[in-house]
Design a protein around this ligand. Structure first.
Ligand code: TEU
Ligand code: CA
Length: 540
């Protein structure tokens, strides 16, 4: 039996921003339940929910203060259960985001740990007499002084997100209990937050500094020895439950490091941020990553494909705002080899929101960036630029359902601003328009579902030529050719099977001339089906 997740397309929901069910301006389980039919019709198979546990929300839930409850902003345990049940009834799986690396500083465990040096939970977190030079990923030192016990504690992110000490077996056990609880509640797996951070180097040596990039190299605070062993234990534990899925967030620029985390007895898949958070669209870089992954991965490993998330600018905005390019990117994401993760709202082409009003900024990373910039002597204007650069609010605005009040997201005042131009890009507007972004995503998702080669097929080849990426995916049943012309010029491809070739999808045309040389239109994404017996595209 093929594992369900190998055939699945996931959809990430940023909890507070999808749909508000009770009018308090915050997305919740009741709201999401009311939109399950929309998601079913869209054609996705699995949902990734960002953290929904009680939290002071310094980092919108990535600072968990109780691992066994539902945050009241999102509803009750009963609302959660209804949601899971209704999702499952529609054949939609649900994976929960789980933060194992750190807890909120409000968590009972930390409260106990900081209460005294001899408390049995002291060692659940990382305490030192002196800090080293490690910096937090949100900026500023990674060590916070605690006057009561005259020691420093370690935090890789905000100071309210305190790193657990995974070298302590009690911590591991506590987290296994947490996983057991949610698995038994019916979640279909986990998205494991910053999972390559679970161990820091116990020498606590200073990190080196990159003079060119003017930033610290995180040599000793992530990807440390022993972390893979922990991950293997987590995988073994979770996989005792049949059919549960694990996707890891591993921020690494090196495919040689990334590849260590997934595969047999490890995580099922991990994210690749080299593709996901590409700052500008770069066809060569994209191609290098696709090929590089093919080369780095063994036969038990499967890539992931994503271009947006709650931690970055939306790809349509990041890549310049062009709809054709957004469709090319979507086509790649849903036809290339790997498990795709669509970020909510990308299916309608939602765009970034940027504010010059600091009082409207919500993201801790943006706010911290602003404060540190001021401390460095920057002006308000300069600091605001830094804040906007760092702020992840860009992609966290409410889902745009319709052009009525608050884009149909909430009856009340949304927790984060609705962008003014958001009223022009809505589900309601696009749902019956065959030319819309939404209809395009639906077509792609249907196609992926219908064609086994798009789910499981190997690359017969994968090429990058002249501003085009094109590839053939094939299994024993069929061959599918995907051609993505990222340029403003028409291109040609010589094909071998003109007579039997079928047009499955194009962003630019409805029919196909059965010629041996196919013209690929400027900015076109085209998907063709060929005969299994033929080579489809001629070698150039
Ligand atoms: O993101 C981790 C994160 O911010 C990465 O960009 C990280 O800096 C990188 O992997 C380092 O190499 C996760 C969540 O997605 C994010 O929303 C949280 O703020 C963060 O963890 C802390 O929990
Ligand atoms: Ca609500």
């Amino acid at each position: 039996m093929v594992k369900w997740w190998k055939q699945s397309t996931f959809y990430e929901i940023y909890m507070p921003s999808f749909k508000d069910g009770n009018g308090d301006g915050i997305g919740d389980f009741a709201g999401m339940t009311s939109k399950l039919d929309y998601l079913k019709e869209l054609g996705i198979d699995g949902l990734w929910l960002t953290p929904f546990y009680p939290s002071p929300k310094v980092d919108n839930g990535y600072d968990i203060s109780d691992y066994y409850e539902i945050d009241p902003d999102y509803g009750t345990m009963a609302d959660f259960e209804t949601f899971i049940q209704e999702a499952h009834q529609r054949g939609i799986k649900v994976i929960a985001d789980l933060v194992l690396n750190h807890t909120s500083s409000d968590h009972q465990w930390f409260q106990e740990s900081k209460s005294s040096k001899d408390h049995p939970k002291r060692d659940w977190y990382i305490w030192r007499d002196f800090p080293n030079n490690w910096v937090s990923f949100f900026g500023g030192p990674a060590w916070e002084y605690d006057a009561k016990t005259n020691q420093y504690y370690y935090h890789a992110f905000a100071k309210e997100q305190v790193d657990l000490n995974w070298a302590n077996p009690e911590v591991k056990q506590a987290m296994f209990d947490v996983m057991k609880f949610w698995l038994e509640k019916g979640v279909d797996g986990f998205r494991l937050d910053v999972i390559n951070f679970l161990k820091v180097n116990d020498s606590f040596q200073d990190n080196p500094y990159d003079l060119e990039k003017k930033e610290q190299i995180h040599l000793f605070d992530k990807d440390q020895e022993g972390v893979i062993a922990i991950i293997e234990e987590i995988a073994e534990f979770v996989h005792q439950y049949p059919d549960k899925f694990l996707v890891g967030e591993v921020g690494s620029e090196e495919l040689d490091i990334l590849k260590l985390y997934s595969g047999l007895n490890k995580l099922d898949v991990v994210f690749n941020f080299n593709i996901g958070s590409m700052a500008k669209f770069d066809v060569d870089k994209l191609y290098q990553q696709l090929v590089g992954t093919e080369q780095a991965y063994d036969s038990t490993q499967i890539p992931t494909l994503f271009f947006s998330s709650h931690d970055m600018s939306r790809h349509i905005s990041r890549f310049g705002g062009d709809e054709d390019l957004a469709k090319l990117v979507a086509t790649l994401m849903l036809t290339a080899k790997g498990v795709p993760f669509i970020y909510f709202g990308d299916e309608i082409g939602m765009r970034d929101w940027i504010t010059d009003d600091l009082s409207k900024m919500k993201d801790v990373q943006g706010i911290t960036g602003y404060k540190l910039a001021l401390q460095e002597g920057k002006s308000h204007e300069e600091a605001l630029l830094v804040a906007n650069e760092k702020s992840r609010d860009k992609s966290r605005t409410p889902m745009q359902w319709n052009a009525r009040a608050n884009v149909g997201f909430s009856e009340g005042k949304p927790w984060i601003t609705v962008p003014e131009d958001g009223y022009k890009v809505t589900v309601e507007d696009q749902i019956n328009d065959p030319e819309s972004m939404l209809s395009f995503y639906k077509k792609l998702l249907k196609l992926r579902k219908k064609h086994s080669s798009l789910q499981f097929g190997d690359y017969e080849f994968l090429r990058n030529e002249d501003g085009m990426i094109y590839f053939v995916r094939t299994d024993t049943v069929e061959k599918v050719l995907v051609v993505l012309n990222f340029t403003d010029q028409p291109k040609t491809l010589e094909v071998e099977v003109a007579a039997t070739m079928k047009l499955l999808l194009s962003t630019k045309r409805t029919g196909l001339d059965r010629e041996s040389v196919v013209t690929i239109l400027a900015n076109e994404a085209v998907i063709l089906k060929g005969d299994i017996g033929n080579g489809l595209v001629k070698e150039r």
